[in-house]
Structures are given as C-alpha cells and as structure tokens.
Design a protein around this ligand. Sequence first.
Ligand SMILES: Nc1nc2c(c(=O)[nH]1)N[C@H]1C(S)=C(S)[C@@H](COP(=O)(O)O)O[C@H]1N2
Ligand SMILES: [Mo]
Length: 508
Amino acid sequence: MTGRELRIASGVAAGVVILGVAEVAAVWISADSTPLQAVGATIVDHTPDGLREWVIDRFGTNDKLVLFVLMGLVALVVAGVAGLAERVSRPVGSAIFAVFGVCAAVAAVARPHAAWTWALPSILGVVVGITVLRSLIRRIGEFETVTESDDVAIERRQVLRGLATAAALGVGAGVLGRVIGVRSRDVSGERADVQLPEPSGPAVAVDPGADLKIPGLASYVTPNSDFYRIDTALTVPQVSKADWSLRIHGMVDREIRLSYADLASRTPVERLVTLTCVSNPVGGDLIGNAMWLGYPLKDLLAEAGPHPDADMALSRSIDGFTAGSPLSVLIDGRDAILAVGMNGEPLPTAHGYPARLVVPGLYGYVSATKWVTEIEITRFDRAQAYWTKRGWSEYGPIKTGTRIDTPAGHGTLSAGMVTLAGVAWAQHRGIKGVEVRIDQGQWQPARLATEPSVDTWRQWAFDWDATPGLHTVWARSTDGNGETQTDKRQDVVPDGATGYPSITVRIA
Ligand SMILES: Nc1nc2c(c(=O)[nH]1)N[C@H]1C(S)=C(S)[C@@H](COP(=O)(O)O)O[C@H]1N2
Ligand SMILES: [Mo]
C-alpha cells in the first residue's frame, strides 16, 4: 500500500470506529440517536416529493434499505477523503469528522421526542474516531519522512495492523451495539404474550361469499404477513405496552390519559376495515383488508369532551408522525377505532403495536397513525399534519377505486373462457357495481362477491369469452351512492390517484 492508500484506509477505519462507538453509546440512549438513524430520519423528513415518489416507485418498501446503503457509501467516501486530507500539522480530516459529528448531533437532538443526550452517540463516536485517525496519520507521517529501508517496511506493517485493528474493533462495536440495542428494546416477546380482550357482541365471522377464491385474486381478508406497510419510521418503533399511553388533549373539557391497563376496563369491538394508502397508484397494491379489534374513538373522545369549535383530531405517533383527521368523521358513527388487534393477533409491531388508529373511509396519511400516543383536538386553521406540510391535501377521503388482479397483465392466454377478477373499494360508501369493458366495447356488469361491510373492498369477477388477438381490458366501479369513479387520470399527489385500471392481454 502506498502512503496515499494508507491515508484513505485510515480515514475509512476511523469512520467505521465513529459509527461503531455511536452504536454502543446508543444502547443506553435510543436506537434513533445514532448518526445514521438521525441523519437518515432527517433526510426522510426533507426529501422533496418528486424524489420520494420516484424512490417508492422504483424500490417500493425497500426504500429504507436503499437509503441506508446510500448513506453508508457516502460515509465511506467522506471518511476516505478525510483520511487523505489529514496531516499531523494540518488536521483537515479531523475537521471534516468534527463537522459531520456536529451535524449528526444536531439532527439527533432535533428529532421529535429527542433529549439532549441524543447528541452523545455522534459526539463520542467522533471524539474516538478523530483520536484513532490522528494516531494512524502520525505513524504514516513518521515513516514517510524517512527514505526506503527495512525499518520503513516494518513501520508500514505496523500501521496496517493498527488500521485493521481499529476497523475490526469499530465493526465489532457496531454489530455488538446494534444487537444488544435491538434485543433490549425488542417488544415481540411481550407482544406474543398479550391476551386480546373479547369483543362485544357475537363473534364476527367473515361471510364465505365475500371471497370468490379465484386464483390470482387477492384474498378478501389480507393476512398480516402480506399487509402493505407504509411509514416514515427507519426502524420499527418498539413501544412496550407498559410505557404506552394515549393522551387526548387540546380543545377539550377534560384532558385524559389512558394507559394500556385502562383499556382493559372497556369492551372493544371487532370490525372489518380496508386501509388504503394515498400513494397507491391505479392498479397498485398499497391496500389491504383486515379484521381490527379496538375501542370506538367516538367514546374516548366523548370522555374528553371536544369543544364545539374544534374540527381536527391531530394524532401523533411516538416517532413524531402526525395525521390530521376531521373530527366530524371520527364521531359520525362509523367504526373509527383505537385498534389493538389485527386479524385475531395483537397488532404486529410494524403495524403499530401496541395501538394505532383505524378510520374507515380516510386514507392512511390523514387517519391511521401507528404507535399512536396522542390525539390533540384542534382546528385545521391552526395545525398542520406531517404530509400536509409536504404538499398533500388537508383532507384525504378515499376515492372509489378498482383493481384488476387476474389475469396479470402482459401474458398470453388461450382463446375461450377467461375469468377476469379483481377488487373494488369505496370505503364507507360501499360498492354497488363493477363493470368491465373489452377494447372499445360496451361496459358490461361484473358479478360481485358479497360485501360484509361497506368499509371494505369488494371482489368482482367477469367471465370473458376471449377471441384471439391483443386486447385491452378496462374496469370501473360505482359506489353505494350511485357515483361511478372518474376516468380522469390523476397521479397520487395531492389527494390520491384516479382513472380506470386496464390490462393488456394477448390471446393466442
Ligand atoms: N406512525 C406512523 N403512522 C402511520 C404512518 C407513518 O408514517 N407513521 N403512515 C400512515 C400511512 S401513509 C398509511 S397508508 C398507513 C399504513 O398502515 P400500514 O403500514 O399498517 O399498512 O399508516 C399510516 N400511519
Ligand atoms: Mo399512506
């Protein structure tokens, strides 16, 4: 290795030490306080809309992995440059690390729910990292000033050994810190032990007629493992039910705070509700249907007594995400609930354990707060929620939509009977009809599965006598009020995509 390469490697080793030391320090502070987490979360919160849509489009739910890999690469390059620039008498590399440390510390302290201690992992990491860098660079400087000799070769080897040791210790500390941190915070154990309360009324059985059981068609109830996941959390928040509480405050007569144990004295309801993401493009899969167990929000809100001039319920998650729901929607009698169960299990951690909101008829970004700890009763002209600040609509009622699940587009099928099938949704209005159109033909009614609740999607199917050639198949739905979805094509921003879904099929 040349002196130049040794310097670059020293920078990288010191960078690894910074991240490793920070991981260890974060064990006692918060998983979200490490430089990578804090900077990553800040990037997520400030990503321009266009870029965000592009990333979600390209990488889907791997968006977070992509972010971490990118940050890791940038960190390596910066660390290498810092090593190259460092001199004993001119500590430019140390200065680069220091600037990085201060930025990461500021980012950490600025996170919602952060304490000043969140700065410590970045600062400690950088202090140790700079010390390591200085000592490596000093050794390199020493042998670079002497001319070639056997001593130099020995010196070189010693530097290499020091470098490798530093990098290995850094990686070891990082892995150990991460593993201990994850283990000590992980709530999947306590979640597995939760005994869900019995819902009121007779057990809700899903009508078998709701599921047409056509191959390729999404099942009526989405299993938890297949349920889409969308949130801004870089790591899934681990919230113990012992630490959890829900505070309802703001424009209310009586502020209330409910612990998980307080919920036990109430009787939950069990309801089928289809959640939909506003970022779901036409034909997309950011939609899922589950049986939710939870407590009617209407009753909880009534206990607090919202003021008559309040019109918004701003729910807040443990990680700072907020959603602004129209208060009127939460109390108009629909099954808006504080959910603790999903498909017969405690909420999965990725879906909000121990508690989240579920509101039929509203897109997730304005209603479905996971890991919810707070509901502030306020007004739309006084408060703005997370996505509204970023250019999305204040109100997010779910638009009537249709999806063609089978046949999957762009396949070749043989002529004769082909079953077209999919799902249609207009939560809280219900689906009255689905129609299909082949090429430029007439719209023809599809057959419908039963609709156990107007708050869920509804399956449809159509038996098509397919003739050879290339065909385009369209579908559209009419909601319970008799309104047919619009054919106007609109992208997801600012309030949800519209337009008829279509597939192209080749019939041999
Ligand atoms: N804490 C938190 N809750 C959140 C979000 C979030 O980013 N953070 N995203 C919302 C959005 S945009 C949607 S579509 C739903 C998705 O819920 P799911 O991941 O359980 O499917 O959660 C909502 N609740
Ligand atoms: Mo969403």
